[in-house]
Ligand binder design. Structure first.
Ligand code: LLP
Length: 444
């Protein structure tokens, strides 16, 4: 299936179009760009740039919207922690009634630190270590999604040695193309995820006879940033078929974990139709009598976050090529460099937003060409010192940051209506090498 059209083939939405598609962001004559009820320039003045800002009210509203769409199903949401793992975000999700989908020891510990109850945690992950499995069983989490026959044996052995029985679901690979970017598709037979569809029956039978594990159902996840419902329908139909044949063989199948992947609109498009998604869940699973789980990450938090940055240097002219070098870089937000991802960019000042437009490249200061946020982007003319918000950075933003070029991790601010608080400090340079040592044998 074709990948999305190259960025340059689509016209850039204007600032007004970007904002119209994002009701949590508004432009005010005096205050400039406002997230929920807080002017972003006020935050930039206090914490400096670059900085992440998340809207708690926006995340909460999106959670409620998805829960409402799924109301006619018996689906329960497990927020995919990998999208944004800040403990305040996890706490917000838990307060809103969502469990957590974790993929590592670190995420499991974070979910607990954020206030997620152990029984509301599902552990997915392609290469869980024995140590991670032991932790999950010790914490008595709700379910482990098993990725292979080999992993099933390991879980059984560890749980038995601990005198416990762990509920497991088998992650099957439905061999469906989600039509998304090649680096984030996961449901095709030729990628590394899950148990081959044809082998699932035999592995389920093995799980049923092994000590220490109780097979409760199936899990799947076909990819990320999925914008149409057709691949979900196809994958769910195959899953439902498998549930029926497992039951015909005498097995108990009481849960299906439908995975995540709901896409968002990075331009002025609406994103995945969640009502239609809920309709597919309802149509496939309601009459099957299974407890359904859904694991969205991006859809819940992506639009709620922005990355604030300042133009450090403006160089070149429209006739040659005009570059705006900003103080944020690919180490902070890697998605454009890694996936050619499109992120809208909006000035923080109303006057800047109203300036005549020009064609620019927005780049970071790191010495590689991939450190580019936007190429040939139509933007209001911005001078040195102008500040911007890079949109839809709430998912796979801060979590994917590195400290390349010895650039410290950025501060995080949480807005909630008209309140705001710094919820992570800017990392100090000294913290970056605090654990490093010059070996004694180098001499004095
Ligand atoms: N469940 C499982 C088993 C997953 O592997 C993932 C994401 C999710 C749920 C959540 O998917 P979401 O609803 O957020 O699409 N870094 C990439 C995205 C990688 C997604 C990996 N798996 C990006 O920036 O686009």
């Amino acid at each position: 299936m074709a990948h999305p059209a190259p960025v340059s083939d689509l016209p850039d939405p204007s600032v007004a179009e970007l904002l119209a598609a994002r009701p949590h962001l508004t432009m005010h004559a005096q205050d400039g760009l406002v997230l929920e009820g807080v002017p972003l320039k006020r935050i930039a003045d206090v914490v400096g740039t670059p900085a992440w800002v998340y809207g708690a009210g926006t995340m909460r509203a999106r959670l409620a919207q998805l829960q409402a769409a799924l109301a006619g199903t018996n689906a329960h949401l497990h927020y995919a922690v990998k999208a944004n793992d800040h403990i305040a975000v996890l706490n917000l999700m838990a307060r809103g009634g969502a469990g957590a989908d974790v993929t590592s020891e670190g995420e499991l510990r974070r979910a607990r630190a954020g206030g997620v109850a152990a029984q509301d945690i599902v552990f997915s992950g392609v290469g869980k270590t024995a140590r991670e499995i032991r932790l999950a069983i010790g914490e008595a989490i709700g379910q482990i999604n098993v990725e292979s026959a080999a992993e099933l044996e390991v879980i059984s052995a560890i749980a038995s040695s601990m005198g416990r029985t762990m509920k497991v679901a088998l992650r099957i690979n439905p061999d469906v193309d989600a039509g998304t970017h090649a680096k984030i598709t996961t449901g095709k037979a030729d990628n590394k995820f899950g148990i081959a569809y044809e082998d699932a029956q035999a592995v389920y039978a093995r799980a049923a006879e092994l000590p220490g594990v109780e097979p409760v159902g199936l899990a799947l996840h076909i990819g990320s940033q999925i914008l149409s419902i057709a691949p979900y329908r196809a994958a769910y139909a195959r899953t439902a078929d498998l549930v029926r044949s497992l039951r015909a063989a005498g097995h108990t199948v009481s849960r299906v974990d439908c995975g995540g992947g709901l896409g968002i609109g990075y331009r002025d498009d609406p994103g995945a139709p969640v009502e239609a998604f809920a309709g597919a869940v309802r149509a496939t699973f309601n009459n099957l009598g299974v407890q359904v789980m859904v694991e969205p990450g991006r859809w819940l938090v992506g639009p709620a976050g922005v990355l604030l940055a300042e133009v450090a240097i403006a160089k070149g002219t429209a006739e040659t090529r005009r570059f705006l070098v900003i103080d944020a870089a690919m180490n902070d937000l890697v998605r454009p460099a890694m996936y050619d991802a499109y992120h809208g960019i909006v000035p923080l000042s109303a006057a800047d937003a109203a300036a005549p437009t020009e064609l620019v490249d927005i780049v970071g200061p790191i010495c590689e060409s991939s450190d580019t946020f936007a190429r040939d982007r139509t933007l209001p003319r911005l001078a040195q010192g102008a500040r911007v918000a890079i949109l839809d950075a709430g998912a796979y933003g801060a979590v994917m940051s590195s400290t390349y070029n010895t650039r410290p991790l950025l501060p995080i601010v949480m807005v909630d209506g008209d309140q705001w608080a710094v919820v992570r400090d800017r990392q100090l340079h000294e913290e970056l090498w605090a654990g490093e040592r010059i070996p004694g044998f180098f001499g004095t």
